[in-house]
Design a protein around this ligand. Structure first.
Ligand code: AMP
Length: 206
C-alpha cells in the first residue's frame, strides 16, 4: 500500500498528477475537505460538529481528521494506496498520521514536493484567462491573480511548515513541477517505485 502526500502551491499540478497516479497505480485521492463536506451534507453527528468550524474557515481538530482518514483507508478501494489531498495541514497531523499508519502496520508516507516558479504560474494564469476570453468564455470569479496569490501565501504560511517533518525523516522528494506533465508523472513514478523497493528490502531485512 502506498501513502503518498503531494505538496505544492495551488496551480502546481497536484490534481493532474493525482489523476495520472490513480490510473497507473490504482491510488485513491482522499481530500479531507471533500470528506468533511460529505459528512455535513449527510447531516452525521460528525458533520454537525464541524459545520460551524468549517464555515469560519478554521481547521477541524486533528482527532476528527485522523479518525476520518483511518476509517477511509480501511475501505477495500484503498488497498493499493492513497494520495492525501489537503492533509496533513499541520505538523501535529503529520505526526498523528505517522502514528496511525504505524499502529495499523501500513507503510510510512512518501512526501513529494512539486517545485514551481510562482511568477511563471501567475503569467500562465493570465494567458489562460486571455485564451478563455478570446474563446468567449467567462473565467471563474476565483480565477484571478489576487486569489491565486492569496492561496500561494496561505500555502507558504500554513502548509510549508509541514515539509521539514518529512525532510528530517528522509521521506521528502522534490520534483520539478515546471517540466511537461508527462515528465513530472514519470519523476513521481520513479520515486514511488524506488520507495516501494526500499520498503520491501527493509521489511525483508528486518
Ligand atoms: P479544503 O477543501 O481542503 O480547502 O478544506 C476546506 C475546509 O475543511 C478547511 O477550511 C478546514 O475547515 C477543513 N479541513 C480540510 N482538511 C483539513 C485538515 N487536514 N485539517 C483540519 N481541517 C481541515
Amino acid at each position: 500500500m502506498i501513502n503518498l502526500i503531494l505538496f505544492g502551491p495551488p496551480g502546481a499540478g497536484k490534481g493532474t498528477q493525482a489523476k495520472a497516479l490513480q490510473q497507473k497505480y490504482g491510488l485513491v485521492q482522499l481530500s479531507t475537505g471533500d470528506m468533511l463536506r460529505a459528512e455535513i451534507a449527510a447531516v452525521t453527528p460528525l458533520g454537525l460538529r464541524v459545520k460551524d468550524i468549517m464555515a469560519r474557515g478554521d481547521l477541524v481538530s486533528d482527532e476528527i481528521v485522523i479518525e476520518l482518514i483511518e476509517k477511509r483507508i480501511a475501505q477495500p478501494d484503498c488497498r493499493e494506496g492513497v494520495i492525501y489531498d489537503g492533509f496533513p495541514r499541520t505538523v501535529d497531523q503529520a505526526r498523528a498520521l505517522d502514528a496511525m499508519l504505524a499502529r495499523k502496520s501500513y507503510p510510512a508516507p512518501t512526501a513529494i514536493q512539486l517545485v514551481v516558479d510562482e511568477e511563471k504560474m501567475v503569467s500562465r494564469l493570465h494567458e489562460r484567462i486571455a485564451q478563455m476570453k478570446a474563446a468567449g468564455q467567462t473565467p471563474r470569479p476565483d480565477d484571478n491573480e489576487q486569489t491565486l496569490r492569496n492561496r500561494m501565501k496561505e500555502y507558504h504560511e500554513k502548509t510549508e511548515p509541514v515539509l521539514p517533518h518529512y525532510r528530517a525523516k528522509g521521506a521528502l522528494h522534490e520534483v520539478d513541477g515546471m517540466e511537461p506533465i508527462a515528465n513530472v508523472t514519470a519523476a513521481i513514478e520513479s520515486i514511488l517505485d524506488r520507495d516501494s523497493e526500499k520498503k520491501r528490502n527493509s521489511l525483508a531485512a528486518g
